[in-house]
Ligand binder design. Structure first.
Ligand SMILES: [Zn+2]
Length: 405
């Protein structure tokens, strides 16, 4: 054994910063944004990046870091990541979720390891590497660290894209989060479905459970929900059998889901109650015309006199058409160099990218997490050190490729 291999391996600075970031408890519903901002401000200083903290909503800071390009007339590249993470059920974790323990096999275990603290650190460490190589990039890079993505982004990216601080960034293109991939491949999300959450309220007469009480609230509600379920069935069939124009099976992001997620009615078995409610989680595929879809749902509800209340609705954003952006070619050539496949898809849920695309900033959602089970929001979320370190070199090429277009 050589003397060198006897020595404990010194941890890569990228891994150290990653683990430090993971230890900050930015967990909803009470994220430590102050601790996070302190960490990020110091980190920006370490890499000589300009750094600004913006508080558009009190207690919800946004951190903007800037690395000026040699051609500031060009529109900038936004490197976005959210700083918050989802809650944990600690009893289901084999290791504490906020200690960023590194197991013998190199797995770094922590909430946020995949979603999406890895991505924020990749941007930073790619910049460190580029600086070490004395590289200069043409386009200006802005790293945006936004709060509250995990609770819908209303006090985060949604207000940010409408602010003068965002306008000043002169955004041309954005990178944001994707999902892990069990294969030797990265997902690339170029569009998203639009969430629409509905509460349905049916009213009727009350009476004895032995009679035909008309109108009946539960009857009306169930007849209406039948329509949502029939639609759900037809979309599920499409997902099973339909092929996209390139002959590949379509994915979840290509269909619309209408799931009944809440049911509330009744007090006891022999009482017909006067009200029944349901919650429906709808995710509208980007190819669907929102007006027509809304009209159809309204008609379903009107038929049985069911009131419909929107809890939240996103009005849709244009997908980022791959062939229209040179950045797509960059992704493909960088992936080829790193011997990893790219799987372009519509994101099945929602990310902050939807707010960017809605105001006309094209965006790709990508996380360089390959050969790893998808554990976002799950117990024992982890990312292996080697996969993480390969991610740093992937982002070196991706960022420099995109910023030198
Ligand atoms: Zn995320």
């Amino acid at each position: 054994m050589s003397p060198q291999s006897k020595k404990a391996k010194v941890e890569d600075i990228a891994v150290t910063r990653f683990r430090e970031y993971l230890r900050i408890k930015t967990v909803q519903p009470t994220p430590d944004y102050a601790g996070c901002t302190a960490f990020l401000t110091k980190y920006a200083k370490e890499l000589n990046l300009e750094c600004k903290v913006v508080e558009l909503v009190k207690g919800k800071p946004l951190v903007i870091m800037t690395w000026k390009g040699t051609d500031p007339s060009q529109k900038s590249l936004i490197l976005n990541s959210h700083t918050d993470v989802v809650p944990v059920s600690e009893e289901h974790w084999d290791n504490p979720p906020f200690e960023a323990v590194k197991l013998d096999n190199g797995d770094i275990v922590a909430r946020g390891a995949q979603d999406m603290k890895c991505v924020g650190i990749w941007y930073m460490e790619a910049i460190r590497k580029l600086q070490q190589q004395n590289k200069k990039l043409k386009r200006t890079l802005h790293l945006t660290w936004v709060p509250d993505e995990e609770i819908g982004g209303h006090d985060g990216m949604m207000v940010f894209v409408k602010s003068k601080e965002f306008k000043e960034l002169n955004a041309g293109f954005a990178l944001d989060e994707g999902l892990a991939n069990e294969k030797n491949a990265f997902k690339l999300y170029y569009g998203e479905r639009s969430p629409w959450w509905l509460t349905l309220i049916a009213k009727g007469n009350a009476g004895h459970g032995s009679k035909f009480i008309e109108p009946s609230a539960t009857y009306r509600l169930l007849k209406t929900l039948d329509k949502f379920l029939a639609f759900r069935d037809s979309e599920q069939k499409r997902l099973e059998f339909e092929l996209s124009h390139d002959g590949k099976p379509i994915t979840l992001g290509d269909v619309t889901t209408t799931n009944v997620t809440i049911l509330k009615a009744g007090v006891q078995h022999n009482v017909v109650h006067e009200e029944a409610q349901a919650g429906v989680d709808i995710r509208i595929a980007p190819t669907v015309n929102h007006k027509e879809f809304e009209q159809m749902v309204k008609e379903w509800c009107a038929e049985y006199d069911v009131e419909m209340k929107t809890v939240q609705k996103f009005d849709g954003a244009p997908s980022t058409i791959l062939s229209e952006h040179k950045e797509w070619q960059v992704v493909q050539s960088v992936a080829k160099k790193h011997k990893v496949d790219i799987e372009p898809e519509i994101f099945p849920a929602a990310t902050d990218s939807r707010f960017l695309r809605q105001i006309g900033v094209p965006a790709f959602g990508i996380s360089a997490i390959k050969n790893t089970p998808v554990l976002l929001h799950d117990h024992n979320e982890y990312l292996n050190e080697n996969v993480f370190l390969e991610g740093v070199s992937f982002y070196v090429d991706l960022i420099s490729g995109m910023a030198n277009l």
